[in-house]
Design a binder for this molecule. Structure first.
Ligand code: 0RA
Length: 648
């Protein structure tokens, strides 16, 4: 056997093993086999097209969700090569589609920056699909190849002529691997929107063939941005009031690292930084974010010092103070990114700090020089933030002192559980004292604690820090949970070492008011206890909407379809008594036993876990829901799914 043949044999065995390994241990490649992993398949395929676009050969990417939840991703790039691949003995297309880790290997010069969180390549998608079909438009011809669970059914074949170029991939996720196979339109569309902002000039389209509008057209959206991150921060801040006129923006290479940064100040008190490496949201930050902070603090501090505005200030300004009311997006492209941290979303490459810091210093110094009015407004805001931080520290000390002093230290309104192991304890945050009372009667007091919340809790989106920690309901939530607030250096740090419950369940009425309160609580948790959401500790209870009764027989329904099916069922049964339907508007309409049966009993209830799929999108939505602009909020709450992109 020639050396080449031997290698080919060994390689192809290796490749088969690779594909089998993907099916055996899918989580190693795509994170998990739940909803997240399912959507990851689409991102993986789209990322390949994004790479082709970043290489300068493609400007259109289309995603279609078909009726059966199969997915098509197409682009107008060069088309994956179909010629014979010498080393592998099959077409290049087949190598890309069936060999783990092959993607684009034979094109060394391509600057591959995309590639998903795991960057595993389209072959993984193939391995996890019952069917996949690739269609390539290239050199005047159309080619195709089909696969089943990653195995080619035949060698690539020519099926026609075409002047077009590009690649089209259709795949059906394997239902024996994935826990769920239904795609969420909002999840995919917000990722495509994000990609459009992050990669200006590319047009991304999504079509959902499962749903039609009134005119019978499929739901479809197109995303395209000419100004990239500039538009992205505007989108994130759409419902906040700007403090300065323009978006401060820089784009360019520093020490070989492509850097793009956009920032604005608004009149709120929140800091909203979103950072990306190779189009991946780096939730845990890292060296690029440090670089941004360093550049911002140094430049602003220098300007503020020389302006003389700080002369009367009696205390030091901290890094936090420069970022109150700041929204920014930082995007870098790194050839060999080192990802660290718990969720591998923290950039470790040291050299990137200086690149970003330099870029930010230059752009900001320039902006401040050219916009003296804006510069003054920013420095004034920084001073205000420093003063508020001092006031907040006093309020925080009050919260902590109170905890130490009052007996158990727990709020009077909390009906605690007897169990002490946090991993089995649940805290229900319940809308209103009346429903709180019912929940106290209905609960299992061993592991379920109840805390009623008075009507509307404070809108933290608009309040200043010291107001937030002055608020009775919010203080109660901190003490009940057993979490404490940050240290002096980092007032936003949350200490959850003594967290008393690993399930925090928001339980509100199933009406407009209830959904507003739920959003207020979620906003508070999102802004001030994000870690609890990230750890998967926050849930939303789902009380039923209807009680369908016939004689002594009664059943609950959680939506209109269930209700109608029950009515049909009961009407069909023999006895003559009529079917009645009771619509539950509030938790208060249920008695303790009903509330336990439907909403609190772990055996029957459905809890929806709150996750942050897309932090920038959540930020946009929370500011929209809680901002000044009331009309869009009403429209959103009433017309939309309550949780939109806070995927639950
Ligand atoms: C490597 C080389 C060439 C194209 C591609 C990869 C390519 C891959 C994908 C994946 C999705 N869409 C894509 N489009 C292109 C072409 C090299 C050449 O033409 O010389």
């Amino acid at each position: 056997m020639s050396e080449e043949k031997k290698n080919y044999g060994a390689d192809s065995i290796q490749s088969l093993e690779g594909m089998e390994h993907v099916r055996k241990r899918p989580s190693m490649y795509i994170g998990d086999v739940g909803v997240r992993g399912l959507h990851h398949l689409v991102y993986e395929v789209v990322d390949n097209s994004i790479d082709e676009a970043l290489a300068g050969y493609c400007d259109e990417i289309k995603v279609i969700i078909h009726q059966d939840n199969s997915i098509t991703v197409s682009d107008n790039g060069r088309g994956i090569p179909v010629d014979h691949h010498k080393k592998e003995g099959v077409s290049a297309l087949e190598v890309v589609m069936t060999k783990i880790g092959a993607g684009g290997k034979f094109d060394k010069d391509s600057y591959k920056v995309s590639g998903g969180l795991h960057g595993v390549g389209v072959s993984c998608v193939n391995a996890l699909s019952t069917k996949l079909r690739a269609e390539v438009y290239r050199s005047g011809k159309v080619w195709e190849q089909e696969y089943e669970i990653g195995k080619a059914l035949y060698p690539v074949r020519e099926i026609g002529d075409s002047d077009l170029t590009g690649t089209l991939v259709t795949f059906t996720p394997d239902a024996s691997i994935f826990e769920a196979t239904e795609y969420n339109y909002d999840t995919l569309s917000s990722r495509l929107r994000e990609l459009a902002f992050l990669n200006k000039g590319i047009t991304l389209t999504i079509t959902d063939e499962r749903h039609q509008d009134e005119e019978g057209n499929f739901i479809t959206e197109t995303f395209h941005s000419e100004t990239g991150l500039k538009e992205f921060v505007r989108y994130i801040d759409a419902n906040r009031e700007p403090l300065i006129e323009e978006v401060i923006y820089v784009e360019g290479e520093r020490n070989g690292v492509p850097v793009e940064v956009a920032m604005v100040y608004n009149t709120s008190f929140n800091e909203n930084l979103h950072s990306y490496v190779n189009n991946i949201n780096t939730h845990e930050g890292g060296t690029h974010l440090s670089g941004f902070r360093r550049g911002l603090t140094n430049t602003l501090k220098k300007y503020a010092d020389s302006s003389g505005m700080l002369d009367k200030l009696k205390f030091e300004i901290s890094g936090d103070d420069f970022r109150e009311g700041l929204s920014a997006v930082i995007s870098v492209k790194v050839a060999e990114p080192q990802f660290e941290g718990q969720t591998k979303t923290k950039l470790g490459n040291r050299e990137v700090t200086a690149s970003v810091s330099q870029a930010v210093s230059e752009m900001l110094a320039h902006y401040l020089e050219e916009h003296p009015n804006d510069a003054r407004k920013i420095v004034q805001k920084v001073i205000l933030a420093a003063q508020a931080r001092h006031a907040a520290r006093k309020a925080r000390e009050m919260v902590q002192r109170k905890t130490v002093m009052s007996g158990s230290g727990l709020p009077g309104k909390l009906a605690d559980c007897s169990e002490k192991d946090p991993s089995i304890c649940e805290l229900f945050l319940v809308e209103g004292d009346s429903a709180g009372g019912t929940a106290k009667q209905g609960r299992d007091r061993n592991f379920q604690a109840i805390m009623p919340l008075r009507g509307k809790i404070l809108n933290v989106e608009k309040a200043m820090q010291h107001k937030i920690f002055d608020n009775e309901e919010i203080k109660n939530i901190y003490t009940a949970l057993g979490v404490s607030l940050g240290t002096e250096e980092d007032s936003k740090a949350l200490n959850i070492d003594k967290l008393r419950y690993h399930k925090i369940v928001i339980m509100c009425d199933a009406d407009v008011d209830g959904s507003h309160i739920e959003t207020l609580i979620l906003t508070f948790l999102f802004r001030h206890m994000k870690e609890l959401i990230e750890k998967g500790y926050v849930y939303i209870a789902t009380p039923p909407l209807y009680l369908v009764k016939k004689g002594s027989k009664q059943t609950y329904a959680w939506n209109d379809q269930e209700r109608d099916a029950l009515i049909k069922d009961l009407k069909g049964s023999a006895s003559e008594s009529s079917v009645t339907v009771q619509r539950y508007k509030g938790l208060g309409e249920m008695n303790a036993e009903q509330l336990w049966d439907t909403t609190m009993n772990p055996e029957y209830r459905t809890l929806r876990r709150v996750t942050i799929e897309n932090a920038a999108e959540s930020d946009h939505i929370f500011s929209m829901l809680m901002g000044d602009d009331v009309p869009p909020r009403r429209a959103f709450i009433e017309a939309n799914a309550k949780y939109a992109n806070i995927d639950v």
